[in-house]
Ligand binder design. Structure first.
Ligand code: ADP
Length: 398
């Protein structure tokens, strides 16, 4: 069975074709600037075919999907003979609200429910829906599955997901913590259990997804019991450009003082804050490491804040779960920055965590970076959200 995984954004579309017999990645690619002009980078990963990397006209997502199918099946760049070889499509969908606690086969009823979830993710869900509709238009009745970023967090208890505001806002409007990066947290926590050789039901795991956007999840017995992102992905840790937790009074103060509209204010909090805002240097941790090493104090402060917040939130999850067996680092920063991991682990002395420096220097593989005598194990596990989407799609489509 071959599954096409689609992650549609407002002007971009990422894809992977995965052969589920071997879980081998056959091709991957990215359509960019959809609706503006258009560019496609398509990388075949089997059969020794060349990479296609050119500007092409992509007025809408439908042309983008058509271009992807064309490349996947072309004699020159293709990895399959025809579209018939693609058995199913798995779509990443950002927000499933309270309706979707797991992945689901897409039908008309599901499409209507996705529309209902759109107010919760007004930038992301419409793009995901557009991607699904474009696939339907181009691929006809190939079965399709929706896999939600929020679904894994639906096991959180009320005490973790409720906000302490009048209850009717939850009941009438669905205002609550939903959490994001669920597919990643699910993948790395189950992989962590495999690496530990124990059933996930017996483990308390803290998963730290640290990329451009960052979130932490507390996973007790395989079920998410808390996570740091909330109603939106804006809260929790300070991120590349997002502010993380912030006193709401600051919003009122700044809007009054500078006359910002709510959109201007949210743009500052989403795009100009986080480690970029504090450092004034960059949202990219590589630039921050370099600047801090060269003596830039604000870059050093931004990094210190990030390490501190990861440790602080993770520590609160040790309390929430009454213990922890393993801590996992993943995503761009978590997988690549040994300095960040080492700095965060410094805070875990109270757990007896000891970092094995040689292991912490490895890259690109699943690795335990704590010493064998460390009572709490620490892992680096490269995330693979596309594989989870493909596996769910296979399981649902059968
Ligand atoms: P996204 O949230 O966009 O999916 P990623 O998980 O791809 O983000 O992470 C992107 C971030 O990873 C970059 O902003 C960069 O800061 C960080 N990163 C990548 N490589 C390194 C590295 N070698 N050292 C430190 N940070 C890195």
């Amino acid at each position: 069975m071959k599954i096409l995984v689609i992650n549609a954004g407002s002007s971009s579309l990422k894809y992977q074709l995965i052969d589920m017999e071997t879980e081998q990645l056959m091709a991957k690619g990215l359509c960019e600037r959809i609706g503006i002009d258009g560019h496609l980078k398509h990388s075949p990963l089997v059969g020794g075919k060349p990479v296609f990397d050119e500007d092409i006209s992509l007025p809408t997502h439908s042309e983008a999907i058509a271009a992807v199918i064309d490349k996947l099946t072309s004699p020159e760049y293709g990895v399959v003979a025809s579209m018939k070889e693609i058995d199913a499509v798995g779509h990443r969908v950002v927000h499933g609200g309270e309706k979707f606690a797991s992945s689901v086969l897409i039908n008309d009823e599901v499409m209507a429910a996705l529309e209902d979830c759109t107010p919760f993710a007004p930038l992301h869900n419409p793009a995901n829906i557009t991607g699904i509709n474009a696939c339907k238009a181009v691929m006809g009745d190939v079965p399709m599955v929706a896999v939600f970023d929020t679904a894994f967090h639906q096991t959180m208890p009320g005490k973790a997901f409720m906000y302490a505001i009048p209850y009717e806002y939850y009941k009438n409007d669905g205002i609550r913590r939903y959490g994001f990066h669920g597919t990643s947290h699910r993948y790395v926590s189950s992989r962590c259990a495999e690496l530990m050789g124990k059933p996930i039901e017996e483990l308390k795991i803290i998963s730290c997804h640290m990329g451009n956007g960052s979130s932490i999840a507390a996973i007790n017995g395989g079920k998410c019991v808390d996570t740091s992102m909330g109603f939106t992905p804006l809260v929790g840790l300070p991120m590349g450009t997002r502010c993380g937790d912030l006193d709401n009074g600051v919003v009122q103060f700044l809007m009054n003082k500078y006359g910002y509209s709510i959109d201007e204010m949210l743009n500052i909090l989403n795009k100009k804050s986080g480690v970029l805002g504090v450092s004034g240097v960059s949202s990219d941790f590589r630039d921050l490491d370099k600047a801090a090493a060269e003596g830039n104090e604000r870059a050093a402060l931004a990094l210190d804040m990030f390490h501190y917040w990861v440790a602080k939130v993770a520590g609160s999850y040790v309390a929430a779960m009454n213990g922890v067996d393993a801590i996992v680092f993943t995503a761009g920063v978590g997988e690549n920055s040994k300095e960040t991991r080492a700095a965060i682990c410094q805070y875990f002395g109270y757990l007896g965590v000891k970092v094995d420096e040689a292991a912490n220097s490895k890259r690109g593989e699943d690795v335990m970076i704590s010493t064998p005598d460390s009572p709490v194990k620490v892992f680096v596990i490269p995330t693979n959200e596309e594989l989870v989407i493909a596996r769910d799609t296979r399981d649902i489509v059968g």
